[in-house]
Design a protein around this ligand. Structure first.
Ligand code: ADP
Ligand code: MG
Length: 807
């Protein structure tokens, strides 16, 4: 059986798509098992290589995707005008109930609606107009994005007019006593501020068959007016409107902050055409174009340097602020800052496919995904709100009869309960915090797939590291050659001849060593790589294997060769054996250095209380032990194949995170509770496969991420506890007989603002108290001018469920 990993690209809710694909692929000839990766965006397919090949699997995936792409369409729509987390639920429910819609999810923090629907029943414009009918702005793809509006919005004007009228009413009350004048002023304040609230509440009731916050507020205000509590009635409306306005502001601020964190590519690029440079829009750039980047400018493309030398600040992509030196041949990323030299860069991908664009899309997706604690809060609110409303009705109906309270008093208490029934602060408590934390992580070059993954990171107890490229630099050098039957040059040329087909770090080192000796590489035919073992190909008609001695079977080797290998390995080197037509012709020793930050990364984990760290490698035991000793890891698992790594992870138990390079570690990453791919900036698959992608190469970020996750968990718990406590106190005061309506509204509004503010601390703040000792991802500095430009960034391009495979 062989395994191939198929990545689903361009899918918003990979979960749903992947599950459907899984169903289709399972029935495909030769397929033995299909597994959806933890992140949901990749499928691991085990198949019989006699009956099917990776490329046939990929083709089957594409066909299957096309098939259900016809049946289900995905769309991401921006939604403007959401002023409370409750609105997100209302829209979600209303859209979900529309015929033809199979899935709807609204992120308040991201201000986006993700919808899946059957295009034969309904279309995007119809869904958008349904949401507009609820009172929100929904631009369709292609429309200009909803303006954040520099002036005052209509709602803000109404709120201030209504607040002013209410103030006049209070003045009239104080000056001439309660009379027609003050009642008219209060009534006007209510009508002007309250009509939009009541209307929105009614529309929502019709669309969702649920009473939402706005409807409850409107009923409370009208009820108060009915029993002559005019000041209260006006106060409810005014306080609620002001609260909504502030919440909206806070959400917009957070959105801006997050948008600013995902750095932006410039709008234009200087294209080199012959001798002249012309400025063109970035969207017009083609693959292969040469772009001139001056010092101080941000790069517009992902590409390769073809001329010049400079230090490039890659913080926007990798989160690492030490500039990296770039010379011709080096890869560079869009959005990074060219500091001191002039560079000419060849564009290697289209403008929409840059790493930065991919990151931006992932961040948006991550925000749209709901974390378990948020689901819990939602479920709680679904019970809590109707329950309190029911009790309110009972109080209004029965208290006058049974407890001998006056009807007005009972009715007033019932109105207060309607307000207490609003779960606003509770609903905001989780997303406000999680979205902030996700934003901070992405700014530091740590992409977390969603709130669920972030919450899981807080529970990690064991961290397993891959060796090559994760704890080591992944830049091995050939340190010794041991030729058995050929000359050293012949040995190296043979090995390099095969390895020219491989991307493995060892392969690159071997090819590099051959180049250093000025050896000409022989022609290679029929190249094939076996992950975790080695590579094979035909050279001059003879089959050559290059790889781990295990690949060839150590026992089958002549004693002299075995001795030579043992000698090379004893020095702590990775040994690679070369065979030709089954005969061992020589061995190479390669050495790789531990990353300078690796030991500190392990120490940081220990300081977080994570005592169990493990090293997993396909390399030989001597090398593994050497590196493990150097970085401070006691638990060493060596000579593993990629699938063995997955079973070691399973044995390490729940709460295990795996840190790997994302390509040949895919099964282990999928098996872990938290798969963390490192150095992902260059690799599209790594980002898709893992739960967390570290764009840079710094393993310390694993500890920092866990620190941030624990801090986030603490903030979420504080928020939930605070929101619940506010409600309990309000109910307690009401039971004790003294809770004015305005105080009920003010406590709800105040609590909402406080939980949002508390959540925003996670973006920019430093943890306090017990959390202070946590290592937390530092957010790289960015100028405010740049931050404000990011606002214009919008993505409409995730509307398709396309599949593409990649082993
Ligand atoms: P790690 O688990 O440390 O990341 P890999 O799984 O990539 O290492 O590889 C494990 C072992 O397989 C290597 O130590 C090497 O012996 C062998 N190997 C894998 N690919 C190649 C290759 N292209 N050339 C030579 N040896 C290879
Ligand atoms: Mg590796």
């Amino acid at each position: 059986m062989a395994t191939v990993e198929l990545t689903l690209e361009g899918i918003d809710d990979c979960g749903a798509c992947a599950t459907r694909l899984e169903g289709v692929l399972r029935t495909h000839a030769g397929v033995d098992a299909v597994q959806v990766s933890a992140a949901g965006c990749a499928l691991l397919v085990r198949y019989d290589p006699e009956l099917c090949s990776p490329s046939c699997m990929r083709q089957a995936t594409v066909l299957a995707t096309l098939e259900f792409e016809r049946d289900f369409q995905h769309e991401m729509l921006d939604v403007g005008g959401m002023d409370c987390a409750g609105c997100a639920r209302t829209i979600e429910r209303a859209v979900d109930r529309m015929p033809g819609v199979t899935f709807a999810s609204v992120s308040f923090a991201g201000a986006r609606l993700h919808v899946e629907y059957r295009p034969d029943v309904v279309d995007a414009p119809r869904i958008a107009s349904g949401v507009r009918a609820l009172g929100y702005d929904v631009p369709l793809p292609g429309d200009p994005p909803p303006g954040t509006g520099t002036g005052w919005s209509r709602g803000q004007r109404l709120t201030s007019v209504s607040a002013a009228l209410m103030a006049l009413g209070i003045v009239a009350d104080l000056a001439i006593g309660r009379g027609l004048a003050s009642i008219l002023l209060y009534a006007a304040a209510m009508a002007i501020g309250g009509t939009p609230i009541a209307r929105a509440g009614l529309v929502a009731l019709r669309a969702t068959h649920r009473a939402d916050i706005k409807l409850l507020m409107a009923i409370a205000a009208i009820g108060a007016a009915a029993i002559g509590a005019w000041t209260e009635a006006a106060l409810v409306v005014v306080l609620f409107s002001i609260g909504e306005m502030l919440e909206r502001r806070a959400a917009e601020r957070a959105r801006r902050e997050l948008g600013g964190l995902v750095a932006l590519t410039p709008a234009t690029a200087r294209l080199r055409r012959g001798d002249a440079d012309v400025e063109i829009a970035v969207s017009k750039l083609r693959v292969g174009d040469a772009v001139v980047v001056r010092p101080g400018e941000r790069l517009a493309v992902d590409g390769t340097v073809i001329e010049g030398a400079s230090a490039v600040d890659e913080a926007a992509v990798t989160g690492e602020s030490t500039p990296a030196d770039k010379l011709p041949g080096d890869g560079v990323f869009a959005g990074t800052l060219n500091t001191n030299g002039l560079l000419v860069v060849r564009a290697d991908v289209a403008p929409g496919d840059t790493t930065l664009a991919r990151i931006a899309r992932l961040v948006v997706d991550a925000q749209a995904r709901r974390a378990p604690s948020e689901r819990w809060v939602d479920a709680f609110a679904r019970v809590y709100t109707p329950l309190v409303i029911a009790v309110a009705l009972l109080v209004a109906a029965l208290a006058p009869l049974l407890a001998g309270v006056s009807f007005d008093d009972a009715f007033y208490a019932a109105l207060a309960m309607l307000i207490i029934a609003c779960p606003c602060a509770l609903v905001l408590s989780t997303p406000a915090s999680i979205v902030s934390a996700l934003g901070r992580a992405s700014a530091a070059g740590v992409l977390v797939k969603g709130g669920a993954q972030l919450e899981r990171a807080a529970t990690i107890e064991t961290v397993a590291f891959d060796k090559t490229g994760t704890l080591t630099l992944g830049r091995p050098r050939v340190t010794a050659l041991h030729a058995f039957t050929v000359t050293e040059d012949e040995l190296l040329a043979l090995a390099a001849g095969v390895e020219q087909g491989s991307e493995h770090p060892l392969a690159r080192a071997i090819v590099g060593a051959a180049a250093d000796r000025g050896l000409a590489l022989p022609a290679l035919e029929g190249f094939e790589a076996t992950t975790g073992l080695g590579a094979a190909g035909r050279i001059e008609g003879r089959s050559v294997l290059v790889g781990s001695p295990r690949m060839m079977g150590i026992d089958a080797l002549p004693a002299a060769a075995r001795e030579a290998l043992a000698e090379l390995a004893a020095g702590g080197a990775t040994t690679v054996l070369v065979t030709r037509d089954g005969q061992a012709v020589g061995a190479l020793a390669l050495a790789d250095e531990a990353r300078p930050q690796a030991a500190e990364a392990v120490a940081m984990l220990a300081r977080l209380g994570i005592r169990h760290t493990a090293l997993l490698t396909g390399d030989n035991r001597a090398v593994a032990e050497t590196i493990a000793r150097e970085v401070g890891i006691a638990d060493v698992h060596a000579e593993l194949l990629p699938q063995d790594k997955a079973s070691v992870i399973a044995r390490l138990g729940p709460g295990t995170a795996m840190v790997g390079d994302g390509v040949n570690d895919a099964p282990a990453l999928a098996a872990a509770d938290l798969g963390i791919a490192m150095g992902s900036a260059g690799s599209a698959t790594a980002i898709e496969v893992a739960d967390v992608a570290l764009m840079g190469d710094d393993p310390r970020k694993v500890a920092e991420l866990i620190g941030l996750a624990r801090w986030t968990r603490a903030v979420v718990r504080q928020n939930i506890a605070f929101a619940l406590a506010t409600k309990l106190v309000a109910l307690g005061l009401l039971a004790a007989g003294s809770l004015p309506l305005w105080a009920a509204v003010a406590s709800d509004v105040g609590a909402s603002l406080i939980v949002v503010a508390n959540g925003l601390r996670l973006i920019v703040g430093v943890p306090r108290g017990r959390m202070r000792s946590l290592p937390i991802l530092a957010v790289p500095e960015r100028s405010s001018a740049e931050a404000s430009r990011h606002e214009q960034h919008h993505h409409h391009d995730r509307d398709r469920c396309a599949a593409s495979g990649g082993p």
